[in-house]
Write a protein that binds this ligand. Structure first.
Ligand code: ADE
Ligand code: ZN
Length: 330
């Protein structure tokens, strides 16, 4: 069956990584930027492995140069999400790609993104919240700058702080200052870990960064005591199976640990990460979970309930989205 119209909550989506390749190619043409090397012959993104993916991603971002580019990007991304049934989404937003960490510039970019979110809510029925994101391989100093941007602009729209990028650079504790700053400002916290790193990386992330959600987290599955700890503490995993399969973080759908984690009592949620890079959509993620693990409507209702419970939003918004999901709050 098609899950396209089933209402969904998505917690893990990189705004720039969700840019349709045609959108980025159009901006490149408008601005006379030659990034032809990042596309394949069909116009999709082309990369060899995770490190190369990060380079291609950053090359695509060189076309995003003004607040209006981000306004248009946000509308394009939310249109695609809404057409896949997403009614609530959280997007990772990077000050590094929005004015290079300059706070005044960041405010301008953010205003444009938030304007687009208001328009999308009115016209497409999708609600967006922003998670300011430091990029780990840019180093702790740049993450501190990102966290400061987050702390200075937190509010109705910016509700969280997180860290993405190459998790094999440094250890989680090297980034503790940025997470401390964000926590003290009142932001909710998530961090990529256990996409490439093993159980120790996930465990240190929980201990040193004191996050309530983990991006991916699948590397934790190899340590039963850690799985038990995650389940007990109710730390939510933002699992992105299609991303993991395409990037070869797992061997294939059949060996993806999402079902084992869920069955061990871990609160799992499902997201697309960077959908055009991984040739996926939320609809396709659901279809693959159905085909691979036999998950059906009750499983997806539970996934969405877990995601909404873990969403970085205020209670009025949560209640409003619950109605759109036709869930009752318990
Ligand atoms: N930034 C965008 N996508 C990412 C991923 N899958 N892992 C880490 N950083 C990212
Ligand atoms: Zn991610």
């Amino acid at each position: 069956m098609s899950y396209q119209t089933l209402p969904k909550v998505e917690l893990h989506l990189h705004l720039e990584g969700a840019a349709p390749p045609t959108f980025i190619a159009g901006l490149a043409q408008e601005k006379n930027i030659d990034i032809s090397g990042i596309f394949d012959e069909k116009g999709g993104y082309a990369y060899l492995d995770f490190d190369h993916f990060l380079k291609v991603y950053e090359a695509a971002c060189t076309t995003l140069q003004t607040p209006d580019d981000f306004r248009r990007l946000t509308l394009a991304v939310l249109e695609e999400s809404a057409s896949n049934g997403v009614v609530y989404s959280e997007a990772f937003l990077s000050p590094d790609f929005c004015g290079g960490g300059d706070l005044d510039a960041w405010r301008d970019y953010l205003a444009a993104i938030a304007d687009a979110a208001v328009e999308a809510e009115r016209t497409m029925g999708i609600t967006l919240r922003g998670i300011v994101t430091g990029i780990r391989h840019f180093g702790p100093e740049k993450c501190n700058v990102a966290a400061r941007c987050a702390a200075e602009t937190m509010g109705d729209f910016i509700t969280g702080y997180g860290m993405a990028g190459n998790e094999m650079v440094g250890r989680p504790g090297d980034y503790a200052y940025s997470f401390d700053m964000a926590r003290e400002a009142g932001l909710r916290l998530t961090c990529h870990a256990g996409e490439w790193g093993g159980a120790a990386m996930v465990s240190e992330t929980i201990r040193d960064l004191r996050v309530e959600r983990i991006g991916h987290g699948i590397g934790g599955v190899s340590d039963p005591a850690l799985v038990e700890e995650i389940a007990e503490k109710g730390i939510v995993l933002e699992v992105c199976p299609g991303s993991n399969v395409v990037l070869n973080a797992v061997e294939g759908w059949g060996s993806h640990p999402i079902a084992r984690l869920r069955d061990a009592g871990v609160p799992v949620t499902v997201s697309t990460d960077d959908p055009p890079f991984f040739h996926t959509t939320m609809t396709q993620e659901y279809e693959m979970l159905d085909q691979t693990f036999g998950w059906g409507e009750n499983d997806f209702a539970a996934l969405n309930a877990a995601a909404l419970k873990a969403a970085f939003c205020d209670e009025d918004t949560r209640a409003n989205v619950a109605k759109r999901l036709e869930l009752t709050n318990d």
